[in-house]
Design a protein around this ligand. Structure first.
Ligand SMILES: [Zn+2]
Length: 308
């Protein structure tokens, strides 16, 4: 009993230490543009579910946030990061996707007076998946329980949507379904900064979920790749350039499609296709390679086979 108590105290104090030591700072990406770069781990109570990247754009009207975190507590943390850089209102939030940490903070920011922007395709996925997303993030990060559904006030329905907010031109572009259906990217032509949301992962292995579509994701990546970006803020991992982004996402998506199309055409069968491709040295440096790569092979093979 006593031993258990000591262990529990040690465990609790390590939690407290992590909560205290988690650094929620944003880094400068370009003039007036900042990014919070989340850890490569899963969502935890310490990181408040902010294991993704979030953008902060300083405009004449106030802050524009690129994505809003996984719920009220995460949104509040993002608000304090923004106000720590410059004390001005958050006037807009642009959602790049539908995964929990991209948009479940919308309700909080909306109540502070921000206008929410997203494409119709993103909103359709957000609405459809809302109850599953809130249930699953609340299991990992109990502080995020009780989020209310809030989708965009400004619904954009073109493949390329030009916005000017507070004098800054931004383009919310949809190239194709990727990690989630409706994933979009934000292109800032004047600074040549690209926020990719979950279309790009660097430093960690991207994840193919049952609702991800690797075929259209690969095509979307190639279309997006034409942008003359100088600085790329991926959905996950360090701020990068095209070379790094190609190496960690573009090349991997393309290899999945090329290799597994051949396997499916030869009717290899899913087990054989996965086993023959487990070892891809070019991508072994990516965090979570061992757990995600076989899963990605499996789901991509099955989709390719079903569409043949
Ligand atoms: Zn994500």
């Amino acid at each position: 009993m006593k031993k258990f108590y000591v262990m529990a105290v040690l465990f609790m104090s390590s939690l407290a230490f992590n909560a205290w030591s988690m650094d929620f700072k944003a880094q400068k990406v370009s003039d007036g543009i900042y990014a919070y770069v989340g850890p490569l781990t899963d969502r935890t109570p310490e990181n408040l579910g902010l294991n993704d990247n979030i953008g902060f754009i300083d405009t004449q009207a106030g802050w524009v946030l690129v994505d809003s975190g996984g719920g009220d507590v995460a949104a509040k943390k993002l608000e304090s990061i923004a106000k720590g850089i410059k004390d001005q209102p958050i006037v807009a939030v642009i959602n790049l996707g539908s995964q929990d940490h991209r948009w479940l903070g919308n309700d909080y920011f909306s109540k502070q007076g921000a206008k929410i922007y997203a494409t119709d395709k993103t909103i359709a996925t957000q609405t459809r998946m809302f109850s599953d997303l809130t249930a699953s993030i609340a299991k990992k990060v109990p502080q995020l329980k009780g989020t209310k559904l809030k989708t965009a006030d400004v619904v954009l329905n073109q493949a390329k949507n030009k916005l000017v907010i507070g004098g800054v031109e931004m383009n919310l572009n949809f190239y194709g379904n990727a990690h989630f259906p409706g994933d979009s990217v934000l292109w800032l032509p004047n600074s040549k900064v690209l926020f990719t949301g979950d279309v790009v992962y660097v430093d960690r292995m991207l994840g193919v979920h049952p609702w991800s579509n690797t075929i259209t994701w690969n095509k979307a990546y190639k279309a997006m790749r034409k942008l003359p970006a100088k600085t790329i803020v991926p959905g996950h991992g360090a701020v990068s350039d095209w070379q790094k982004v190609d190496a960690d996402t573009g090349d991997y998506l393309n290899k999945l499609i090329v290799t597994l199309t051949e396997e499916a055409e030869n009717m290899a069968g899913v087990d054989q296709a996965v086993n023959a491709n487990r070892n891809w040295p070019a991508f072994k440096h990516l965090e979570h390679y061992d757990s995600w790569h076989p899963q990605n092979l499996n789901r991509t093979y099955l989709r390719l086979e079903s569409e043949m």
